[in-house]
Design a protein around this ligand. Structure first.
Ligand code: FE2
Ligand code: FE2
Length: 135
């Protein structure tokens, strides 16, 4: 599976959020690089829990910034984040418990969701923050 390559067009124009997106992509790439390592091994377990904590931290900051600035599509955006969380929780429950590898399906989902979400959903607030002078 291909790793995700960060491109300048992934930038949402807010440095803190870009850095968080990059950090999340880095962890996903670590998982893509070692999908066959036993789930019980520390490195994959660490990467998955690292991912979970980076993601919650990111959603929190992003939603906070959107809320503070009265972003008009806040509710819809938060809904997307919630849906992601539910999907991941499902994967964890159904697949990972009985699986020795990080399921390909999960890696595909992670990689498609993040690239798609940044490019199509997060990108919607780019000009909004730019107009407010938030960088
Ligand atoms: Fe988002
Ligand atoms: Fe985001």
């Amino acid at each position: 599976m291909e790793k995700i390559v960060w491109k300048p067009e992934y930038s949402v124009g807010v440095e803190r959020l870009d850095r968080q997106h990059q950090r999340i992509i880095k962890v996903i790439n670590t998982l893509i690089a070692k999908p066959g390592i036993f789930i019980r091994s520390a490195s994959i377990a660490d990467a998955l829990s690292e991912l979970t904590s980076y993601v919650s931290e990111h959603f929190l900051l992003e939603e906070q910034l959107l809320e503070e600035n009265n972003y008009p599509n806040l509710i819809d955006h938060v809904k997307r984040h919630t849906e992601y969380g539910e999907q991941i929780a499902n994967f964890y429950l159904k697949k990972i418990e009985n699986n020795k590898n990080v399921p390909r399906q999960l890696l595909n989902y992670l990689s498609e969701w993040w690239v798609g979400h940044i490019l199509h959903e997060d990108m919607k607030y780019k000009s909004f923050f730019k107009d407010k002078g938030i960088r």
